[in-house]
Design a protein around this ligand. Structure first.
Ligand code: ZN
Length: 205
């Protein structure tokens, strides 16, 4: 008898989509009015180990430091903003990023390329290379090529990934085989033996 009558979903996100979407979700946290970039670092087991987006350094107020571009070094955002790639590396929740892959919205600049190389990341997947003509991008690729960091454009399976909090029909979703109602829970709790814990219960506090 075939007990597995229910087949799995087929329209689930694949790993690259999930990681790039995570980078894009992080980018939505950015206060930069012109460019919002997110980055997501993944290890060899498909576990996310770092996420970042472009923003002012910690403690440097989003309201006091400039978001504009200017030729004056002291009043242009470029002097102050930490790029998504840098933040993702610094936010890592593991000791070592060696061999990891970074998913990022925009091709990294030369400064981020240095950070990526030094961190041990070996692959960069990007969505846009719109600054490919710029010296910063050309220099970044030069360094990646020599340092053995590979890079490839992201090709999405789905053009859109939508999160609509109101669309999800929780009433028709079931994680468990059955959901007991309150009366059934009461009966179940009353039938359980009291739990006795021996020894000092505060030993680990
Ligand atoms: Zn950068």
């Amino acid at each position: 008898m075939n007990v597995n009558q229910v087949i799995k979903r087929t329209n689930y996100l694949d790993w690259p989509e999930y990681f790039m979407a995570t980078a894009f979700l992080a980018a939505m946290r950015s206060k930069d009015p012109i460019t919002q970039v997110g980055a997501c670092i993944v290890n060899g087991k498909n576990i996310i180990v770092g996420i970042g987006y472009n923003g002012m350094p910690n403690g440097c107020s989003d309201d006091k430091f400039p978001w504009q571009k200017s030729k004056d070094k002291l009043t242009t955002k470029h002097t102050y903003v930490c790029h998504a790639e840098l933040n993702a590396v610094l936010n890592k929740n593991c000791t070592d990023l060696y061999g990891c892959t970074m998913y990022v919205g925009l091709f990294p600049c030369n400064e981020c390329a240095k950070v990526i190389i030094q961190s041990g990341i070996k692959k960069v997947v990007y969505l846009s290379d719109k600054h490919s003509y710029k010296a910063e991008t050309i220099a970044a690729k030069k360094m990646f090529d020599v340092a053995g960091v590979t890079y490839e454009p992201f090709s999405p399976k789905n053009k859109k990934i939508v999160i609509d909090f109101e669309e999800i029909d929780w009433n028709n979703m079931q994680q468990c085989d059955f959901s007991p109602n309150k009366d059934e829970v009461d009966v179940l709790e009353n039938s359980l033996e009291p739990l006795h814990i021996s020894g000092d219960s505060n030993a680990n506090q």
